[in-house]
Ligand binder design. Sequence first.
Ligand code: DAT
Ligand code: MG
Length: 140
Amino acid sequence: MAIERTLSIIKPDATKRNLTGKINAKFEDAGLRIVAQKRIWLSPAQAGQFYIVHKDRPFYGELVDFMASGPVVVQVLEGENAIAKNREVMGATNPAQADEGTIRKEFALSVGENSVHGSDAPETAKEEIAFYFSGLELVG
Ligand code: DAT
Ligand code: MG
């Protein structure tokens, strides 16, 4: 098993409800280390660029508006198999299908307002980390 890094976002529905600490506790309890973290407010253009892979999906406009609707916390999580581990801790995209104990089961409001983002593969993790963090912000 390899030590990996993955990009996580605590989405506006969760920052609005003051859930940052509770969500971070889920990551830490699962053995994921928060090695970088900052609170930012994305512009619609930035949110649109981040989710450009979904530009042809019917929910793209709604997704971009939501991600720019309030502050988000962007973070880098590190640990053994961090990419897959984080996806497990997050739970399924649709909270109705998420397992007990997952972040989305516990906190998500809907398939759109689902509290967290997590990278889905090593290449996307690398690109997504670089989207939000400079080398100087990533300590070893
Ligand atoms: P995930 O965030 O689990 O990686 P995804 O990459 O398929 O899911 O989609 C990105 C986000 O887009 C997702 O977190 C919420 C939104 N989304 C996905 N499917 C949706 C749908 N059917 N209706 C509304 N929003 C959706
Ligand atoms: Mg995804």
